[in-house]
Write a protein of this length. Structure first.
Length: 71
């Protein structure tokens, strides 16, 4: 993915960034500054761009130590 590419963001993340961008612009910020702030905020909230269903949030409840008991 090229630097600055927004391909990895979900549609929800893009909507959030657009809303933040519009807010910054309405307060007199430039388009470039608004985009930078918007995606920095989305990254801070979600840990960066990611596809939905990527499985990053899954945690395993099984303990690996019980699987490999030593005799």
């Amino acid at each position: 993915m090229a630097q600055g590419s927004k391909k990895k963001y979900t549609s929800k993340q893009k909507r959030q960034a657009k809303h933040i961008e519009d807010s910054v612009k309405s307060r007199g910020g430039s388009s470039k500054k608004a985009a930078r702030i918007a995606y920095a905020t989305v990254n801070k909230q979600d840990g960066g761009g990611k596809k939905s269903g990527s499985g990053r949030a899954r945690t395993s409840s099984r303990s690996h130590s019980s699987t490999y008991a030593h005799a």
